[in-house]
Design a protein around this ligand. Structure first.
Ligand code: HEC
Ligand code: HEC
Ligand code: HEC
Ligand code: HEC
Length: 379
């Protein structure tokens, strides 16, 4: 072999030493003293991680039976600042341990048997079913399936879910005037809101029964509306509401509200500023008489199907040892939510997980997959 290549091949392990793997590899080579490790666990870690490896609090991960080499790597990432956030601060404590001590205590936790169930509910998670349950308080006004039952209340069935989420947030932050009873909405999490929106979006909008003879009179005033709302009131853009088949009173008062700047929306003000009350009333009749179309939204893949993809790396049976992929089954739910949110938002580094977490754009997906894994029996 030529000298140059010989030197390079000697240097390679050192060069790649800046990444985490060889470092945890070094630690891994140390012999494990489980008795010494248990003592350290008792003294330093058990307040948070228990002696049985169960997190003492909701945001603390279970360590029992976790993959040894993964724990080594994970414990070191806190030192390198690669896992940011306040919960990571708790782990500063490991900095004071010698490599031997760290090796022993992590070896101890990895050697523990998998934990029994933490009493978590079922692993099933359906966006639609959760949305249906969460939307019960909305039913009195918006109808159980999102087809409104009272005049002046907007139909939500078939509406774009992205728009529903946006609209609720506008009531919350005061951009829109909060209607009565909507105060309840302020306590919904982002994931709850997404599930409700998916539920309503997937429900069939009720067809308009009969069309008034003069319904087309208003069409002449809608040319400028078409580029955003579609010529017949079915919008292609998920952030712009469908108007077709919407409640006529609602349309009437809201178009006036945008015109009069009672409801804020810059782009529409310009178009609406010249429109008279009589014309608006006709526009409302026109859109309300059109058959509503359902949003073209494609629901996210079911959680169980998604989990099968995660299992390609995370299922302990076929884990590639070089990847250091942690076990997820039986892990604490809140911890899983925090970890995935951190990957998604760039607060935790991992090239493998970054690619995946970009698919976890919705909080509801993160919540769903966390519910799934936390309810599975630990292995
Ligand atoms: C004050 C509470 C606290 C103490 C004490 C503590 N930890 Fe932690 N530990 C945490 C929290 C919180 C996290 C999760 C942080 C995050 O979200 O990244 C964590 C995460 C970990 C992880 C990463 C697990 C994973 O799945 O990625 C390891 C490994 C770990 N701790 C080991 C230890 C060891 C060993 C000790 C004792 C030497 C210890 N911890 C002491 C709170 C603590
Ligand atoms: C007491 C009756 C009532 C209840 C209960 C209620 N709403 Fe409403 N909702 C209204 C009214 C009235 C409006 C129209 C407000 C306006 O003028 O801006 C509205 C508007 C909305 C809008 C805006 C729709 C659009 O096309 O812009 C959304 C989204 C919405 N509600 C969602 C919900 C959800 C989700 C719940 C249940 C968690 C709920 N509402 C409960 C009466 C109600
Ligand atoms: C530049 C794009 C654009 C144009 C043009 C436009 N709109 Fe809108 N419209 C929007 C957006 C975006 C919203 C959602 C605003 C919000 O979040 O309150 C909206 C909301 C509405 C709503 C409220 C629907 C609901 O469910 O609450 C009505 C009614 C409406 N527009 C009617 C019209 C009419 C009538 C015209 C034509 C005269 C028009 N719009 C032109 C973009 C547009
Ligand atoms: C290509 C392989 C791969 C796939 C597919 C994958 N992961 Fe991971 N995952 C990893 C690796 C490697 C790590 C360790 C990264 C680190 O050290 O932060 C990890 C870490 C995690 C963690 C942190 C666990 C802990 O104890 O801190 C969670 C949570 C997670 N993955 C969830 C998922 C979910 C949910 C999916 C499917 C949507 C998924 N992963 C798909 C490779 C993968």
């Amino acid at each position: 072999m030529n000298k140059f290549f010989a030197v390079i091949s000697l240097l390679l392990p050192l060069l790649s030493g800046c990444s985490e793997k060889p470092q945890s590899g070094e630690l891994q080579k140390l012999p494990v003293d489980l008795i010494a490790g248990k003592e350290i666990a008792q003294k330093t870690c058990s307040g948070c991680h228990g002696m049985d490896g169960r997190g003492a609090q909701d945001n603390i991960p279970n360590l029992a039976a976790q993959i040894d080499t993964y724990l080594l790597k994970a414990a070191q990432t806190y030192d390198h600042g690669k896992r940011a956030g306040s919960s990571g601060d708790a782990m500063k404590i490991t900095k004071d341990l010698s490599p031997t001590e760290l090796r022993n205590v992590l070896g101890y936790y990895a050697s523990l048997p998998p934990l029994g169930s933490s009493g978590n509910k079922s692993a099933d998670y359906s966006y639609f079913d959760r949305g249906a349950a969460l939307s019960k308080p909305c039913a009195g006004c918006h109808g159980a399936d999102g087809n409104q039952t009272s005049a002046g209340v907007p139909r939500l069935a078939g509406q774009h879910p992205q728009y529903i989420v946006k609209a609720v947030k506008a009531y919350r932050d005061g951009t829109r005037t909060m209607p009565t009873m909507h105060e309840k909405l302020t306590s919904l999490s982002q994931a709850d809101l997404e599930n409700i929106a998916i539920y309503f979006a997937l429900n069939k909008p009720k067809a308009v029964a009969s069309k008034a003879a003069n319904s087309y009179e208003g069409k002449q005033f809608t040319h400028q509306c078409a580029k955003c709302h579609g010529s017949m009131g079915s919008s292609e853009d998920a952030s712009i509401p469908n108007l077709a088949g919407q409640d006529v009173n609602y349309l009437n008062t809201k178009i006036k509200a945008y015109r009069d700047k009672v409801r804020d929306h810059g782009e529409m003000h310009k178009i609406l500023s010249e429109i008279k009350d009589k014309e608006i009333e006709k526009i409302a009749v026109f859109f309300a008489a059109e058959q509503p179309t359902q949003t073209n939204f494609i629901p996210p893949e079911p959680i169980t199907a998604l989990a099968q993809k995660c299992d390609l790396c995370h299922n302990a049976g076929n884990t590639n040892p070089a990847m250091l992929t942690p076990k997820l089954k039986g892990q604490n739910r809140t911890y899983l939510v925090n970890a995935m949110t951190a990957y998604r938002d760039g607060n935790r580094e991992s090239s493998a997980m970054h690619k995946i977490s970009s698919g976890l754009y919705m909080d509801a997906t993160i919540e769903g997959i966390a519910t799934h894994y936390s309810a599975e029996a630990a292995n």
